[in-house]
Design a protein around this ligand. Structure first.
Ligand code: ZN
Ligand code: ZN
Length: 330
């Protein structure tokens, strides 16, 4: 059968037949994967639906533990900004905007992803799937790509007009919480989302060797990273204490509090290399240098001071005009 004739209107059954898929050789995951495509029939709808459901389940599923932790005072000792625990009302306001943007901005994008992915040569309905070593290597590459993309584009979003009209929404919370990870202007979701999806598309276009399942693994881990980085908690067992170059909440919470420094997402190396973590490191040093008895008081004072400086810095960024001069206050 000629597979090019099948490309656009073929049902999943026709596609599997044309590919000569041997269903007897599949593992349970691959069997369910194929069963899903066969059940829905239309591969575009099958991919779109699966992508959207996966995003919602992973996003809100990962936020639930943080909502519970925020409700239990015992965990307060590991909160990076202990005085700022989000109220239920605040969390609900945030959820509403996130849900609104998921259904209006992200749903159409997710829907268009299948045609775009197939145009780049990505495998979607195909089974068997790549091996776990291939998946791990590709996901590691996407992590590095996204981190670098985010580092530079995030700094651009801190530039006057872009900050004022786009990125300011995400900075509403100077002490973030899990749900606030995707609390952002639609344009920001689109721009920074390119770092997450652009890497796999580019890689696929160049190598013609990528399965959408690998992209799902990547997006899941990236969502975990983003939500955890906004959680506001740094536990002794947090990943950044095991993997020193991992950013974690400790790194990104400072970005929200101080407004400057720490522009990357997953890793610390770019901020370190370009010196955009100078204030953060000085802050950490001052806290660790404080002796046991006064430590709590010094930490509290430093927190307040950094937060005040952050408010001033945000205000200044907003007033920076196209010509670089500081504009008048509105
Ligand atoms: Zn920012
Ligand atoms: Zn953030």
């Amino acid at each position: 059968m000629n597979s090019t004739v099948l490309d656009h209107h073929a049902t999943a059954t026709q596609l599997y037949e044309a590919a000569g898929t041997d269903f007897s050789k599949l593992n349970w995951l691959e069997s369910y994967w194929a069963a899903w495509y066969l059940w829905i029939g239309n591969p575009i709808i099958a991919t779109g639906l699966m992508s959207f459901i996966m995003h919602e389940v992973v996003y809100f599923g990962r936020c639930v533990p943080w909502i519970i932790i925020d409700a239990i005072p015992y965990f307060r000792k590991w909160k990076l900004q202990p005085g700022k625990v989000p109220s239920a009302k605040e969390q609900w306001e945030c959820t509403k905007l996130v849900l609104f943007s998921h259904f209006t901005i992200e749903l159409p994008q997710i829907w268009f992803f299948h045609p775009l992915a197939e145009a780049c040569g990505m495998q979607t309905w195909q089974v068997p799937m790549p091996t776990w070593t291939t998946i791990a290597a590709q996901v590691a590459l996407f992590f590095v790509f996204e981190d670098a993309f985010h580092y530079f584009v995030h700094q651009a979003l801190h530039y006057g007009p872009l900050y004022k009209h786009i990125h300011k929404i995400h900075h509403k919370y100077s002490a973030p919480f899990g749900l606030a990870a995707e609390y952002a202007h639609p344009a920001e979701v689109l721009i920074l989302g390119m770092g997450t999806i652009g890497g796999p598309l580019l890689f696929c276009w160049m190598t013609q060797n990528l399965h959408i399942f690998t992209v799902y693994v990547w997006v899941t881990l990236r969502l975990f990273q983003a939500i955890d980085a906004h959680s506001g908690y740094d536990f002794p067992w947090s990943l950044n204490h095991i993997v020193p170059f991992w950013s974690g909440a400790d790194h990104h919470d400072f970005h929200h509090m101080a407004f400057v420094n720490n522009y990357s997402t997953s890793f610390r190396w770019l901020d370190y290399m370009f010196g955009t973590d100078d204030k953060y490191r000085a802050y950490k040093q001052r806290i660790s240098a404080a002796s046991g008895k006064d430590r709590a008081a010094i930490e509290k004072k430093l927190l307040e001071q950094t937060e005040q400086e952050g408010i001033v810095a945000a205000d200044e960024a907003e007033r920076r005009s196209v010509f670089g001069a500081k504009g008048k206050r509105e």
